[in-house]
Design a protein around this ligand. Structure first.
Ligand SMILES: [Zn+2]
Length: 467
């Protein structure tokens, strides 16, 4: 059992391991052999995998290592489709697959693997803790600025396969360059977001968050479409001093509308920096990602099945608890009509004041509906509104299908009668006369009952050539 040095604020797991082999005298191959049963394991700097083995040998908590000392939470948040797989690969010892799950290779960010550090943080850490170390927040791909100081990060390229090297810690530097303000803002946003992600379970999907704030800033049409031109105009203005030109992470031009559309696609996989840049512009503060978004705001938008399910479950919970329709409607933002329907579908009896729709009336409606009566007639006979009749019919399984069938048969009888009546009164007519005189019935039968029509129509005349 090994005892790793205590994690310093925002310290990377690899940094702790480097400090451990530096001060303990245990060699990296000995450490890897004990942890993984092989000394040929290559540890990734910010997506270090094999956490359960490391946690076991070093008596640490796997979840804590995963959430606070690697960049896994950030990747999981921006790549929800790959999140489960990525977490699994990080916990088990599967570095190559974990890296593939992070999708970094496919983003073509063009950056080689390395460790980044801020000269001002190094100075601060040496003064405060007596040692410099690698920060998690500095390792975010695409971010080249310190989120605390705004200074440009130094890059140490990792050329060796083995990254667990004694004394591989950031060195003090005197050359300090400050980055453009926009890059500092993104770095600051990223650092905040990372610490928030580590400390809590996120509830909101990033695409939902974007839509919410786009709507608040009037970037959505009443139909829920994004005003991409206006968005790109403002967004491009905001990032115009950005020094990066890599199209994997910044828009190519102001007309690069796909940049925005892709970020709003719930299943999309994009470089995390794209999200961080766009999020900085739209949200300003990382804490906004976690604020409670009222569900009512999404009523105009394309709801995913999961969201719809969540809302209907919430409604059912209120209704089952005996809450009134008005209360449930206020809490969930759904209409009374919707609530009545799901209550009927789930057999929940509603405690409504005006009790017109008693079981007796419902039974009468169903009987009449089964016999094929028109909705208006049923409503008149039962003394209820036409809406209540429609609702009762649609909530009884099989009734709609039965009525559709009745309607079809009724139309067929009617159209057949029209044709037969015409043929009876015009025995000399030819096919074309029937088609012209009874065109509606003719075409209905032609589409729905062709065999019968062919049988009843006069025999087709042979076409005569032109003289
Ligand atoms: Zn710094």
């Amino acid at each position: 059992m090994y005892q790793l040095p205590k994690a310093l604020p925002d310290e990377l797991l690899l940094s702790r391991l480097i400090r451990f082999i530096t001060i303990s005298g245990i060699s990296s191959s000995e450490f890897l052999q004990t942890c993984f049963g092989s000394n040929r394991i290559s540890l990734h700097p910010f997506l270090t995998s094999g956490l359960s083995s490391i946690a076991k040998v070093c008596n640490e908590d796997t979840d804590l290592l995963l959430n606070e000392q690697t960049l896994t939470p950030l990747f999981c948040f921006f790549l929800p489709v790959h999140a489960r797989n990525l977490q699994k690969m990080i916990v088990t010892n599967n570095g190559a697959r974990a890296f593939r799950s992070s999708q970094l290779v496919s983003f073509e960010s063009g950056q080689s693997l390395g460790l980044k550090s801020c000269p001002l943080c190094v100075e601060h850490d040496l003064l405060k803790y007596g040692i410099s170390y690698w920060h998690v927040s500095h390792q975010i791909p695409g971010v080249d600025t310190c989120g605390y100081h705004g200074a440009g990060l130094s890059f140490l390229k990792l050329t060796q396969r083995q990254r667990l090297i004694k004394w591989l810690l950031p060195q003090p530097e005197t050359d300090i360059r400050y980055s453009p303000l926009i890059e500092y803002k993104v770095a600051n946003f990223s650092t905040q977001l990372l610490s928030l992600l580590a400390s809590r379970q996120h509830l909101n999907q990033i695409t939902e968050v974007y839509r919410h704030y786009l709507k608040e800033n009037d970037y959505l049409t009443p139909n829920g479409r994004v005003r991409r031109k206006a968005v790109m105009q403002e967004f491009s203005k905001y990032i115009k001093n950005h020094s990066q030109t890599n199209p994997a992470i910044v828009p190519r031009t102001q007309q690069d509308y796909r940049y925005v559309s892709q970020l709003l696609d719930a299943g999309g996989s994009h470089h995390p920096y794209r999200h961080l840049l766009f999020g900085t512009w739209l949200l300003g503060e990382a804490s906004q990602v976690f604020s409670n978004l009222p569900e009512a705001n999404f009523s105009n938008m394309k709801n995913t099945p999961e969201i719809v399910n969540n809302i209907s479950n919430k409604c059912l919970k209120f209704l089952k608890a005996g809450k009134s329709l008005a209360h449930t409607s206020r809490e969930t933002g759904k209409s009374r009509c919707y609530l009545k329907r799901i209550a009927l579908l789930n057999g929940i009896s509603l405690n409504l004041k005006p009790k017109t729709l008693t079981q007796q009336v419902i039974d009468a409606i169903c009987t009449l509906a089964y016999s094929g009566f028109h909705r208006r007639e049923i409503a008149r006979r039962c003394g209820v509104g036409i809406g209540s009749v429609e609702q009762t019919i649609s909530s009884h399984s099989g009734l709609v299908e039965r009525r559709k069938q009745c309607h079809f048969q009724s139309a067929r009888r009617k159209n057949r009668f029209v044709i037969l009546k015409y043929l009876g009164s015009h025995p000399e007519s030819i096919r074309n006369d029937v088609k012209q005189q009874c065109s509606s019935a003719f075409y209905w039968l032609y589409l729905n009952d062709r065999a019968w029509l062919e049988e009843k129509l006069p025999i087709a005349c042979k076409p005569k050539g032109r003289y």
